[in-house]
Design a protein around this ligand. Sequence first.
Ligand SMILES: Cc1ncc(COP(=O)(O)O)c(C=O)c1O
Length: 486
Amino acid sequence: MTLERASANSFRLAAIGASRLVRLLGDWARGDGPLHEQLADQMRHLIRTGAMTSGTRLPSERSLGLALNLSRNTVTKSLDLLRGEGLLSSRQGDGTYVTVSRRHSGPVRGDDRLRSFVAEDPVQLDRIDLRSAAMPGLAMVADEVNLLDGSRMRELVASHGYIPSGLPELREAIAAYYRGLGLPTGPEHILVCSGAQQALRLVASSFITPGATVLIEEPSFRGAIESLQALGARLVGVSSGGDGIDVDELAAAVAARKPALIVLQSTVHNPTGSVLDRFHRSRITAIAERSGVPVIDDATLSDTIIDGERRPIPLAAGSDLVLTVGSMSKSFWGGLRLGWVRAQPETIDELIAVKGGEDLGTSVLAQLLAAQLLPQIERARDERFRTLTEGRRLALEQLAEQLPDWTPQVPAGGDPSGSGSPVRVPRRSRSARSASACRSSRVPPSRRRTGSTTTCGSPTPPIRGPSRAASTCSRRCGASSADPRS
Ligand SMILES: Cc1ncc(COP(=O)(O)O)c(C=O)c1O
């Protein structure tokens, strides 16, 4: 394993593909001005905040136009504005490059997904926000605070409290969680992190150096994509749909690209809601074993399964090359900021050093609470199962009512809503109509074309009362589809 750390600033992106740029652009067409100006605004923002660094080669105007569903002329006009400001330069036959980075960088570098958590965002007042799949926590989290073990707390407070590897009782509770899933695990296999987001970045930073190729599902969890990009990875997408990652495509990409890392979600995928079956799991671990390429299995949503086997054996059971990322966020509460990595003990030892250098350890108070909660995982699973099943039923019912000609893929788990999984839109409903539907709710545009249908990948909406967002969203999408001017 390579432990060379990559600084986000030291990396010069060689090139950015059209689909990656579309993802970075996020919800760019939400204003009232001409499209080319709005596009230029968002690209300017990406350059000024350092999300696109100097030297980055842009995709061709034609491919960007196709990916954004815009005419080439609109894209050209937009890039002309930025060329005029000196932010881009074009060389005949050699493409367009970012020439200036962070010249007037803003005070905050945040992505659109995280801005969705900022309550004052005025856009939230009239739009449904589909950019994050964050569910409210379970009441048992609050109840457990009152039951915290006071004597253990006093004992811990009497120590220095810096425990980069994690609180021993929590490491053991997480190990027991995996043993409960049929994967032999001890505390030495576990590193506690401040959320799965940190876990993903720590592991990725330890396996890749700038410029390394990483295979990742398309679509995938936006936080993983952004972390990998910040580390300078060259991302290569592998299709992922209702049955999970396309394993044939994965095998071919591993052979052709010789990646440093594979990143996937075997057990409840964000945003598709898929769960890989046993056969595909075993094929993936065979690929890892044969090629020697490590795999990060982000199983953050694994306790939100609705259909099929509720506790599938983790992918890591098939190969020591699989590192599993887990979290308390989806099963109990995101506010705990508690996640982990499960890997071989020697890898964990190295990761502990990286984690220690990063933040000296995760909050001990949150870990103590998590250590008390995790043994009650079965209760949490049951509660999530009930709410998510009902939420999905309502979302699908609303979609069928409002958009009868759409064919949603039914997610096997995750935050409820038929709109949370890819939706197959009939040919005549494509482009402007589906784009308009997406605009009346806030959806990161992660569209890609598959055969005769357009897959509109979107995250699951943050549903507080299960029916509200699902029904309003479906209604708005239905209204947009019915409006010929959309
Ligand atoms: C697939 C996936 N991985 C990781 C995370 C981050 O989780 P955490 O809150 O534990 O950092 C999320 C959050 O939505 C997610 O959906």
